[in-house]
Write a protein that binds this ligand. Structure first.
Ligand code: CP3
Length: 358
């Protein structure tokens, strides 16, 4: 495999000096791009797109053909893991993800086991290999998974939820059952991420989209401890290079100090925290990834430039920043506005570097 031409993203995650601030966008391959919608229409539906490595490769590369992004992210979904555990994932049009068999009964929970990622999720590993081949060393490829708590939310609720009533009922009445689900899922996620690294993923990210809905105490017990276990079990080096890990708890800005202590290389931030303050709180323990409000992309080009510069200036002339949105890009985003953001982050961050050797 050819050497990496642009390793800015990997260097920033390891808090090494870079000439500019690298960026990628959560959900960068998605419905705001007409070419994505065309490929999805050819696939027939979203899950078929995920399960067909050639098509997953095609859509992974689409945002990179438009913008000089500094990383690619595997095109897949966090819910492929519970699907492989037998819950029967499907996407009802306009309703988001659903499971045919949500986890509610004790015997089903006792029966749950971690799938062999190279068997049940072999299509993901094939996509990783195919994307690495297609990227040809241009930028690094990010692999990912959901956190055990976030996956458990979908597995127990059976889909998206407003109040997480079922999982929270279990948390407060049968915590032993929830721990059993989280324990099996943490093993599944560790094996899954290591298989992605083995297949060619050069960094990995854990999406904890719902950990932020917990109390501080429950966050530690039901989300963070399991992510810590996963990070400890990850393959740390591949082909002579460190494989950095990023942990992102949406709504987790109150607990950055605790997150910084679990052994991950970087933390994702949503837009509720000031990134400069976050940097002072975590010190030099981790890199930070974030944190533009995705809705800022609905603003004028001038407003997008102002907001992007505000984040770069707040972080300041320090190593360890990967620019991103604070959550996934909206399907209503104008693709031209993304171009404005990418250009601003690259050019403005270069001007910040000229004041010192960094
Ligand atoms: O970032 C990327 O470009 C990689 C692809 C990616 C997708 N989902 C593709 C996707 C990633 C990293 C995810 C993660 C994911 N999936 C999360 C964690 C991040 C977050 O958003 O908090 C979650 C919670 C999911 C579960 C999920 N998948 C939901 C709730 C939905 C429906 C909501 C929506 O946006 O439609 C999905 C579907 C999904 N996953 C789409 C994409 C591009 C849209 C599906 C389509 O094309 O119709």
């Amino acid at each position: 495999m050819s050497a990496l031409k642009n390793d800015t993203f990997l260097r920033a995650l390891l808090r090494e000096p870079t000439d500019y601030t690298p960026l990628w966008l959560m959900r960068q391959a998605g419905r705001y791009l007409p070419e994505y919608n065309a490929t999805r229409a050819r696939a027939g539906d979203f899950l078929t797109l995920c399960k067909t490595p050639d098509l997953a490769t095609e859509v992974t590369l689409q945002p990179l053909a438009r913008y000089p992004l500094d990383a690619a992210i595997l095109f897949s979904d966090i819910l492929t893991v519970p699907d492989a555990m037998g819950l029967g994932l499907y996407f009802a049009t306009g309703e988001g993800p659903r499971f045919e068999r949500p986890l509610r009964d004790e015997w089903e929970i006792r029966d749950l086991s971690a799938p062999d990622p190279n068997d049940k999720l072999g299509y993901v590993m094939d996509a990783v290999k195919s994307i690495r081949h297609a990227l040809d060393g241009s930028v690094p490829l990010i692999g990912f998974s959901g956190s055990p708590y976030t996956l458990a939310c979908y597995m127990i609720e059976g889909g998206s939820s407003d109040d997480y009533r079922h999982i929270k009922t279990m948390l407060y009445s049968r915590p032993d059952l929830l721990h059993r689900i989280l324990d099996v899922t943490a093993t599944a996620v560790t094996d899954y991420l290591n298989a992605q690294i083995e297949a060619g993923a050069q960094a990995v990210m854990i999406f904890d989209s719902w950990g932020g809905s917990l109390t501080p105490n429950a966050y530690r017990e039901f989300s963070l401890d399991y992510m810590q276990r996963i990070v400890a079990g990850l393959v740390k080096e591949r082909d002579g290079r460190r494989v950095p890990s990023i942990v992102f708890t949406k709504g987790g800005g109150n607990w950055l100090e605790a997150q910084a202590a679990i052994g991950a290389d970087a933390l994702g931030l949503d837009w509720h925290v000031d990134i400069g303050e976050a940097r002072r709180r975590v010190g030099d323990r981790v890199a930070l990834q974030g944190n533009l409000d995705p809705c800022a992309l609905h603003g004028t080009p001038g407003a997008i430039r102002t907001e992007a510069k505000r984040i770069l200036d707040s972080y300041g002339d320090h190593t360890g920043h990967v620019f991103n949105l604070g959550h996934g890009i909206s399907q209503y985003t104008d693709p031209d506005k993304v171009g404005v953001l990418v250009e601003t982050v690259h050019s403005h961050s270069r001007t910040l570097r000229t004041s010192s050797a960094n």
